[in-house]
Design a protein around this ligand. Structure first.
Ligand code: SF4
Ligand code: SF4
Length: 192
C-alpha cells in the first residue's frame, strides 16, 4: 500500500512536469480556427479554376483518371470555345494533379492548399444553404461548380504544386519551421 510520503512525492513530481510544460513554447494551434501553412507544393483538397485564362479545351476533363470533372463547352458568337459549365466532384477526386499537368495554358486550373474541408455542422455546408438535398445522401459541398471553383484568396490559397512561379510567391513552410525550432529548443535544454 503506498505511503502518504510516496503519494506526496508523486504529486510533486507530477506538478513539476506540468509546470515545465506550461512554460514551453506552444507547438500546436487551435485547429480548426487556426491553421498552419502547408508545404508550398502540397496537393491540397481543393481545386481552383481560372475562367479568364481557360480556353475550354477539356484537356483537364480527359486527363482525370476518375472522371470527376464535367464540362459543358459551346462556341460563342466569335466562334471561340467557352465553358458554360464546369463541375468537380471532390468526393471522387483523388488530388492526383493530372488535370493541372494537362492544362495547356499552365494557369487555368491548379490545386489549392486546403488540407481539411472541415465544418462543425452539416447546415453550414454550401449545399445546405441552397437547399440542395442529394438523393445519394452525400454532402453537396463536395461537388463544386462554376463560381465556387473560382475563389482564390487568403482563405482559399493556391498550392505551388506543378506551378513553380506560384510556389515562389507563397509563404514559408511554417509547419516544418515550427518543428525544427521545437527540436532545437529541446537540444538546447539537453532533452534530445
Ligand atoms: S486532381 Fe486528379 S482526380 Fe482530381 S480532378 Fe484533377 S485529375 Fe481528377
Ligand atoms: S485544361 Fe486548362 S484550359 Fe483546358 S479546359 Fe481545363 S482548365 Fe481550361
Amino acid at each position: 500500500m503506498p505511503s502518504l510520503k510516496n503519494f506526496g512525492e508523486g504529486l510533486l513530481r507530477g506538478l513539476k512536469v506540468t509546470l515545465n510544460h506550461a512554460g514551453r513554447k506552444w507547438i500546436t494551434v487551435q485547429y480548426p480556427e487556426q491553421k498552419l501553412n502547408m508545404s508550398r507544393r502540397v496537393r491540397g483538397t481543393d481545386i481552383i479554376w481560372d475562367r479568364e485564362s481557360c480556353i475550354s479545351c477539356r484537356a483537364c476533363e480527359r486527363a482525370c483518371p476518375v472522371q470527376c470533372i464535367s464540362m459543358a463547352v459551346s462556341r460563342g458568337e466569335d466562334k471561340k470555345l467557352k465553358t458554360d459549365d464546369i463541375t468537380i466532384d471532390f468526393g471522387l477526386c483523388i488530388f492526383c494533379g493530372l488535370c493541372i499537368e494537362a492544362c495547356p495554358t499552365g494557369i487555368s486550373i491548379y490545386l489549392g492548399n486546403t488540407y481539411a474541408n472541415t465544418n462543425y455542422r452539416c447546415s453550414t455546408f454550401a449545399g445546405a444553404k441552397t437547399g440542395a438535398t442529394p438523393s445519394d445522401g452525400r454532402c453537396r459541398e463536395i461537388v463544386r461548380a462554376n463560381d465556387e471553383l473560382l475563389v482564390d484568396d487568403a482563405a482559399r490559397p493556391r498550392s505551388g504544386y506543378y506551378r513553380p512561379e506560384i510556389a515562389a510567391a507563397l509563404p514559408p513552410q511554417t509547419l516544418l519551421v515550427n518543428q525544427t525550432t521545437y527540436i532545437e529548443d529541446l537540444r538546447k535544454r539537453g532533452q534530445k
